[in-house]
Design a protein around this ligand. Structure first.
Ligand SMILES: [Fe+2]
Ligand SMILES: [Fe+2]
Length: 262
């Protein structure tokens, strides 16, 4: 088993496809992950599924790999298993989770913006321009920059989980670029397609950060590092980016008034 614990997850899955179903059962999305080089043991350790579930998951994986082996079934406290793990964050990571809330409000407007692009006889590009401005200035320059320039620097940036997050940021930027190209060339189908793809990508990305990456980071940061991060994030919010939060909250309220509350 030790050899498989230290093997990349994609390799384990291709050898033992049942492992993919087991991971899916615990909502561990290794199958669609763009990287897939995380080791099996890290995949289990990093996901915030609770110790009881981890023991059960490891039992199921070992049985899938060695069906004939006698594997000791863990004793599961059913009440503990049924109880969802409550996610708690340190103050700096809570700041990022709160920023995700505003980004999610934009993502929530995207289907209605796209519907209008498809159905309206006179195309109004303004909401798309507003959404792109939010994505570039708030989601990317304000929020992703805090992750990339500050938070990720406290960890091994070559680690698969961080590489997967960085890949998502890059893919998101390329969708935004295509939205802008579509607007310029009047290719409204391409605008709709890439805006929807961005929303789908970021929805999954935020879920991974909120539920997997940030809880794992919190477990590995020292108290001193948490304090440093909090100082650095506050310095961003009160320095060059002062007022960004308020400005873009207002933009989202405008979009919601137009697309969600009618
Ligand atoms: Fe991110
Ligand atoms: Fe994020």
């Amino acid at each position: 088993m030790q050899a498989y614990l230290n093997a990349p997850i994609k390799e384990v899955i291709s050898k033992f496809p049942k492992v993919a179903d087991i991971l899916n059962g615990y909502e561990i999305g290794c199958v669609p992950c763009s990287v897939g080089t995380c080791l099996l043991k890290d995949v289990v350790a990093i996901h915030n599924i609770g110790e009881e579930n981890k023991a059960q998951l490891m039992y199921e994986v070992e049985k899938a790999i060695y069906p004939d082996r006698e594997v000791k079934r863990p004793v599961i406290n059913k009440a503990a298993k049924a109880k969802p793990e409550i996610l708690r964050y340190s103050p700096p990571l809570r700041m990022l989770v709160n920023e995700h809330l505003l980004i999610k409000r934009l993502l929530n407007c995207v289907p209605a913006i796209v519907k209008a692009l498809k159905e309206d006889t006179v195309i109004d590009k303004e909401p798309v321009i507003g959404a792109v401005d939010f994505i570039r200035m708030y989601a990317d320059k304000f929020h992703h920059a805090k992750e990339e320039d500050i938070l990720f620097k406290y960890f091994d940036e070559k680690a698969d989980i961080i590489q997967a997050m960085l890949n998502d940021h890059v893919e998101g930027r390329s969708h935004v670029k295509e939205v802008l190209n579509g607007l310029k060339d009047n290719k409204i189908d391409a605008v709709s397609q890439h805006l929807s793809a961005y929303a789908e990508l970021l929805t999954g990305h935020i879920k991974k950060e909120d539920e997997i990456l940030y809880p794992w980071m919190d477990k590995n940061l020292t108290v001193k590092q948490v304090g440093e991060l909090f100082d650095k994030f506050n310095a961003v919010d009160n320095g060059l980016q002062r007022g960004v939060e308020e400005t873009y909250k207002g933009r989202i309220e405008d979009l919601e008034a137009k697309f969600i509350q009618k």
